[in-house]
Design a protein around this ligand. Structure first.
Ligand code: DOR
Ligand code: ZN
Length: 349
């Protein structure tokens, strides 16, 4: 039925996982998100990671200052702290009282971009996690083991077995968002866990499988972490996203890197999707004739999990063919977006 839709009006969505970077780069990417979304959870993995509430407050101010005046009162960055081996329980109390820090992000040390300062052994964080459980502040996890002996395609599944199961048992009241899930295993884990456990799903993991990494040659702009998986996993993610199960909600993980840092002998991980975030999700949902499920996934379930009010204004997606530019400006460098120079058939008005 939805294939006959000419437009889709939904409550304004939120992006529950976003990389904005800083300085001139921040200025160049922020508007794409602020035009579509009311709020976004801002990842703390800057070059100098956001490890204190004070740093989160300063970053918040830089984000608001980078917005045009009309949007300053409309777009709300939801800040996060970067968990380290040394994050103290007192920092969690400060974060909670700040009113701007919504969550704490766990990067296993070495798992991804700017994760060197991440957690080397989760047991070092138990006191802090206990305080988070007490303060009811969610833990956001990059769910991959960093053990070099584990196959890169199995690192998420292994993280569930080695870390996530243990965390949910030790801290049963801790809210956890399993970020950017990529496997059927993660979908099953989240479904069978308590209501404290939820997951975000990116547009790129809904649209692409691992063949996209090697389409006629190596494709650095399809490289992200967790890495794209097999088609069976993509299908499981899409089924979860359109299922109406409120444990699964939108998080783009839009992660801009300059072309020069992607097209390298050792290129950075990250896919930029903010330029067409809702259009990309609509494309994925339409593949399984489930556009009617987009609003819950994009606009309701995340807010409910974070215990924040749902938005009240709306956006309209219109069926309209348009070409994604082949590049955007990124602090004087080129930024290659997902679907560069390709056609999309939805456009946010
Ligand atoms: O592909 C990714 N890029 N995955 C991450 O976890 C981090 C992100 C980034 O910051 O570039
Ligand atoms: Zn991310």
């Amino acid at each position: 039925m939805s294939s006959f839709l000419t437009h889709l009006k939904i409550i304004r969505p939120d992006d529950w996982h976003l990389h904005l970077r800083d300085g001139e780069q921040l200025k160049d990417v922020l508007l794409y998100t602020a035009r579509q979304f009311a709020r976004a959870v801002i990842m703390p993995n800057l070059r100098v990671p956001v490890v204190t509430t004070e740093m989160a407050q300063a970053y918040y101010t830089r984000i608001i200052s980078a917005l045009p005046e009309v949007l300053q009162s409309q777009f709300q960055p939801l800040m996060t702290l970067y968990l380290t081996d040394n994050t103290q329980p007192s920092e969690i109390v400060r974060a909670k009282n700040s009113g701007i820090v919504q969550a704490v992000k766990l990067y296993p040390a070495g798992a991804t971009t700017h994760s060197d300062a991440g957690v080397t052994n989760i047991s070092k964080c138990f006191k802090t996690l206990a305080e988070m459980e007490k303060q009811d502040i969610p833990l956001l996890v990059h769910g991959e083991v960093t053990d070099p002996n584990i196959d890169v395609f199995d690192r998420e599944k292994m993280f569930i077995e080695r870390t996530l199961c243990m965390l949910t048992q030790h801290f049963p009241q801790l809210r956890i968002v399993f970020e950017h899930i990529t496997t059927r295993d993660a979908v099953e884990f989240v479904k069978q866990s308590s209501e404290k456990i939820a997951a975000t799903i990116t547009a790129h993991h809904l649209l692409l499988n691992r063949n996209a990494l090697f389409q006629g040659g190596i494709r650095p702009h399809h490289y992200c972490l967790p890495i794209l998986k097999r088609e069976t996993h993509r299908r499981a993610l899409l089924q979860a996203a359109v299922s109406g199960n409120a444990k699964f909600f939108l998080g783009t993980d839009s992660a801009p890197h300059a072309l020069v840092n992607k097209e390298q002998s050792c290129g950075c991980a990250g896919i930029f999707t903010a330029h067409a975030a809702m259009e990309l999700y609509a494309t994925a949902f339409e593949q399984v004739d489930a556009l009617d499920k987009l609003e819950g996934f994009a606009s309701f379930f995340g807010a409910d999990f974070y215990e924040l009010p749902r938005n009240t204004d709306t956006i309209t997606l219109r069926r309209k063919n348009w070409m994604v530019p082949e590049r955007y400006d990124f602090a004087g460098e080129a930024l290659i977006p997902l679907y560069a120079d390709a056609e999309l058939s939805w456009k946010v008005e």
